[in-house]
Design a protein around this ligand. Structure first.
Ligand code: ATP
Length: 410
C-alpha cells in the first residue's frame, strides 16, 4: 500500500511512522544492552558486597591428619586446633606443613592454599651446597684448621665426637674487618660439609622485619632443620646483639626480643644436631657478653686482613682464570698492596681485566694491574690496616689465644 499523503502537502505519514518504529526498535535494543550491562555490574557489586560481608578465613598450618580424618592445625591466631575438612577439599594435599584456610569459627578446613614463601625466606640467601672450598680462600690457614675441627668434622663424622665424648662448639663467631673473607669461610665450610648455607643479615631483622624478629629467628632455624645438614650464617650479628645501656624504646625492646629468641634456640639445641651456627661481626667490641657465653658462640675466630703471603695467594686465586702476560709479578703486586683486603684484591684483579679489555689486548699485563692497584687503593679508605710485618702464623697464634679471651670479657 502506498503511503497516505496529507492533502496539499508532501508529508508521507506511513513512511514517517515506519521510520519512527525502526528508531524505537533500535532504542529498545540499546536499552536491552544497557540493562544487560547494568545487570552484570549489579552482579559484580553484589559479589564485592558478599566478599566484604563474609568473615575472613584464618590461615593455618597442617600439623597432622588423625585416623578419623580430622586434622590438627596450628592456626595463625595462636592455638592448635582439631578441625574437620569440607567435602570439596582435596584430602591428598593435606600434608604436614601445608598452608590451609579454616573458617572463622575455626571448625573446618575450607581450602588448601597454594604453596607460598614467607617473604623473609626470599630475602635470605639459601644455597644448597655452595661450590666453594678452602682452596678458594687465600691465607687464613689457622682459621681454616679451626673451622675444620669445630664445624666440618662434627657435621661429617659426628660419631667420632660421640665416641670420645667431646662436645663440638655450638656456635662460631668470626670477627674482623670487612672484606677479609668471613662470609667466604662460612660458605666454604658449608660447601665442604655438603651442607645447605643459609645467610641472614642481622641489620635486616631490625630494619625489615619490625615486630617479627623473634618469629623470623624461629623460622630460620626451622628451615635450617628442614634442609639439614645446614649452616646458619648470621652476618652483622652486632645489629641484634649489641650491648645496650637501657632498653627504653620499643625498637630496642624488639631487638632484645630477637636476641633472646636466638639465645633460647642456641641454648635449646644439641650441639651434635646437624645445624651449625656461624656468626660474623666487624664490631666485636660492642657485642653483648651474653652471646659469647659457653654453649652459645663459644669459639671466637679472628679473621685478619691478609699479610704479604696471603695477598699473593689471594691474587693467585682471583687471577686463576685470567690470561696473564709473562711480566705479571704477583709477589710485587702483593708488596705494593699492603693494607688491602681480600675484597680489594678481587676488585684489583677485576679492574685489571677491564683495563686489558679496553685495550682489546689478548692478555692482562702488569701495567693493567699497576693501573688497577692505583685506582682501587686510592678509592678505598681502610680504617682497619694492620701491621703486617708479623707472619701469618704469628698473627694467627696471637689472635687465637690471649687477645680473644680478653675480648670475650667486655
Ligand atoms: P663483610 O664483613 O663486609 O661481610 P666479609 O669478611 O664477610 O666482609 P667476604 O664477603 O667474605 O668478606 O669477602 C668479600 C669478597 O672478597 C669475597 O667474595 C671474595 O671474593 C673476596 N675475598 C675476601 N677475602 C678473601 C680471601 N682470603 N681469599 C680470597 N678471596 C677473598
Amino acid at each position: 500500500m502506498n503511503g497516505a499523503k496529507v492533502m496539499g502537502s508532501d508529508f508521507d505519514f506511513d513512511a514517517t511512522l515506519n521510520e519512527y518504529i525502526r528508531m524505537l526498535e533500535r532504542r529498545v535494543k540499546e536499552l536491552e544492552a544497557e540493562r544487560a550491562e547494568l545487570r552484570r555490574e549489579l552482579r559484580r557489586y553484589k559479589m564485592e558486597l558478599d566478599k566484604l560481608l563474609s568473615p575472613p578465613l584464618i590461615e593455618a598450618i597442617v600439623l597432622s591428619v588423625l585416623p578419623d580424618g580430622r586434622v590438627v592445625v596450628k592456626s595463625s591466631t595462636g592455638p592448635n586446633l582439631v578441625v574437620r575438612v569440607m567435602s570439596d577439599v582435596d584430602v591428598s594435599k593435606l600434608l604436614p606443613g601445608a598452608h590451609v584456610a579454616i573458617n572463622q569459627r575455626g571448625s573446618a578446613i575450607v581450602e588448601v592454599l597454594p604453596e607460598h614463601e614467607d617473604p623473609f625466606v626470599r630475602a635470605m640467601e639459601v644455597v644448597e651446597r655452595p661450590k666453594i672450598s678452602f682452596e678458594d680462600i687465600g691465607g687464613l690457614k689457622q682459621q681454616k684448621q679451626e673451622l675444620y675441627e669445630s664445624v666440618i668434622l662434627p657435621l661429617v663424622e659426628p660419631e667420632l665426637f660421640r665416641e670420645l665424648g667431646v662436645e663440638p662448639p655450638k656456635g662460631v663467631l668470626l670477627y674482623g674487618p670487612p672484606g677479609c673473607g668471613k662470609t667466604l669461610l662460612a660458605k666454604a665450610v658449608a660447601g665442604m660439609s655438603k651442607a645447605t648455607f643459609i645467610r641472614v643479615v642481622g641489620s635486616e631483622f631490625v630494619q625489615k622485619y619490625v615486630g617479627e624478629g623473634a618469629r623470623i629467628v624461629r623460622e630460620v632455624f626451622r628451615l635450617a632443620k628442614k634442609k639439614a645438614p645446614s649452616i646458619v650464617f648470621i652476618d652483622e650479628i652486632d645489629a641484634i646483639a649489641a650491648k645496650r645501656l637501657d632498653i627504653g624504646t620499643s625498637g630496642e625492646r624488639e631487638v632484645q626480643r630477637t636476641l633472646m629468641q636466638l639465645l633460647a634456640i642456641l641454648d635449646g639445641f644439641d650441639s651434635l644436631e646437624n645445624v651449625r651456627v656461624i656468626a660474623a661481626t666487624n664490631r666485636i667490641d660492642i657485642l653483648d657478653p651474653a652471646i659469647l657465653r659457653p654453649g652459645r658462640f663459644d669459639r671466637l675466630l679472628y679473621v685478619p686482613p691478609p699479610n704479604h703471603r696471603a695477598r699473593i695467594e689471594i691474587f693467585a686465586i682471583h687471577t686463576k682464570k685470567m690470561k696473564l702476560s709473562k711480566d705479571v709479578d704477583l709477589e710485587y703486586l702483593a708488596s705494593i698492596t699492603e693494607g688491602a683486603t681480600g675484597a680489594d684484591i678481587k676488585a684489583i684483579a677485576m679492574e685489571a681485566g677491564y683495563s686489558a679489555l679496553r685495550r682489546r689486548a689478548k692478555e692482562v699485563s702488569m701495567n693493567d694491574f699497576l693501573y688497577a692497584v692505583e685506582k682501587v687503593m686510592k678509592k678505598r679508605k681502610r680504617p682497619y690496616i694492620e701491621p703486617t710485618d708479623v707472619s701469618q702464623e704469628e698473627l694467627d697464634y696471637k689472635e687465637s689465644s690471649p687477645r680473644e679471651t680478653s675480648v670475650m670479657h667486655i
